[in-house]
Ligand binder design. Structure first.
Ligand SMILES: NC(=O)c1ccc[n+]([C@@H]2O[C@H](COP(=O)([O-])OP(=O)(O)OC[C@H]3O[C@@H](n4cnc5c(N)ncnc54)[C@H](OP(=O)(O)O)[C@@H]3O)[C@@H](O)[C@H]2O)c1
Length: 391
């Protein structure tokens, strides 16, 4: 076997998801998600203290070949780094991705790529200009279960898909869990349920009603109606519901048909209150020949059911439900699949992933922009603008 393509990562930020992602990178060898790609962490940077970096490196037992930084600016200049993983709050993604691109690094940036579509467009133009890879870390896209479901839709197993309903809701004691300063509800950090969780509901909707179609047939939603409940203390959304109409059906775009979707997210009520999926599926993908249901959470489903439509023929109901399981190893989160995609793209000289093209990332952000406009959620100008000045 040829030796694997080695990808050298620089981790920007030492918070929760940086830790989870880096752990998964280290596990990728063990689970051999893609034997042709090998991941190495060569640098870690905290913007606040060297102590945080050291703690991160020690806790994850990163090799001595990993350089510690207390500044993002110096980390992105490290020649031993090929790709930077940006794991800072949404509010800072635009600035931090630009910093990495400006230093000639490829970038995987946590979701949402930016606060709004305009910022995302600006980053994609910059990446194109510099011939650098850029992708939003929407890891759900790269789970094997997601590819399997997408393939089923494309093959027409449930007929023409006309409706998708997705709920990504946590059910927290909001005041106790998040307070007013945490990035989940702090408007200065682009807080709110939609950008943090609702994006997963939209991801599934776009996968089924946009991405499942051949590229030439993909169309953004023609209708968007949104309602938001804004938190009484911070003004960030604690609940958002979005109704969408797509001008197409999927996967064939039958000219007379359109499709509809409902994207839900809520911090106070839960998709899965008892943690056993008793409340039903988080995702329903409804087609003319049946339906695919996925148990939540929507960001990492591990089971789906295909329910075939019965036409009343004798004995048909016996095989009408097929259950398929995709368990993720308990010690992992399942983020190595997206990391492998970054490796494949860089190995093959691509600047964007066909599984998550820039145009689609921007189309999802445009829906969130419109939902925020209708819901009255305004972020400070300092985090909405796309002006960048070098560090
Ligand atoms: N894919 C997923 O499943 C998933 C899950 C959770 C979060 N996320 C995404 O990951 C991003 C980070 O979320 P998180 O939960 O990891 O947040 P977090 O625990 O608060 O960590 C964010 C880190 O960003 C750095 N940072 C830089 N500037 C900052 C500022 N002004 N305020 C606060 N932190 C700042 C800090 O690291 P240093 O001090 O070391 O620089 C901090 O530890 C968000 O965009 C979120 O949407 C994704």
């Amino acid at each position: 076997m040829d030796s694997p393509f080695i990808l050298r990562w620089g981790i920007m930020g030492t918070g929760n998801i940086a830790k989870t992602f880096t752990k998964d990178l280290l596990l990728s060898q063990k689970w051999q998600s893609d034997r042709t790609i090998s991941h190495v962490v060569t640098a870690v940077a905290s913007s606040s203290s060297m102590e945080k970096t050291r703690h991160f490196v020690n806790e994850l037992r990163l090799s001595s070949a990993c350089t510690n930084y207390d500044s993002y600016k110096f980390m992105v200049a490290d020649p031993k780094v090929d790709v930077v993983y940006v794991a800072t709050p949404h509010s800072h993604h635009f600035q931090h991705v630009m910093l990495a691109l400006e230093s000639g690094k490829h970038v995987l940036c946590e979701k949402p790529l930016t606060v709004n579509a305009y910022q995302a467009r600006t980053l994609c133009e910059e990446a194109r200009k510099r011939n650098l890879f850029l992708m939003e870390a929407m890891w759900t896209r790269f789970l094997p279960i997601t590819s399997d479901v997408l393939e089923k839709i494309r093959r027409g197993q449930i007929g023409e898909v006309l409706r998708v309903v997705v709920d990504t809701s946590f059910g927290d004691d909001v005041e106790k869990t998040w307070g007013t300063q945490h990035r989940m509800l702090n408007r200065d950090l682009a807080g709110g349920a939609l950008l943090d969780l609702g994006i997963y509901s939209l991801t599934w909707i776009f996968l089924c009603l946009y991405h499942a179609l051949p590229e030439s047939l993909r169309q953004a939603p023609s209708g968007i109606a949104a309602q938001m409940t804004l938190n009484h203390l911070t003004g960030a959304d604690e609940a958002s519901s979005i109704l969408l109409t797509f001008p197409t059906s999927a996967p064939n775009d039958v000219p007379e048909w359109k499709s509809q979707a409902v994207a839900l997210t809520n911090l106070r009520v839960s998709t899965d209150p008892d943690g056993k999926n008793s409340a039903g599926p988080a995702i329903r993908i409804q087609g003319t020949k049946g339906e695919i249901q996925l148990d939540g959470p929507s960001f990492r489903p591990e089971r789906y059911r295909v329910i075939s439509r019965c036409d009343g023929a004798e004995g048909q109901d016996i095989e009408s439900v097929k259950v398929v399981d995709y368990p993720v190893p308990s010690e992992a989160k399942g983020m190595y699949w997206e990391a492998d995609e970054v490796g494949r793209c860089l190995r093959d000289g691509k600047i964007q992933s066909q599984s998550l093209p820039w145009e689609e990332i921007i189309a999802v952000l445009e829906v969130m922009d419109e939902a925020r406009r209708q819901g009255g959620l305004i972020y400070p100008e300092a985090i909405e603008n796309a002006s960048y000045s070098s560090y």
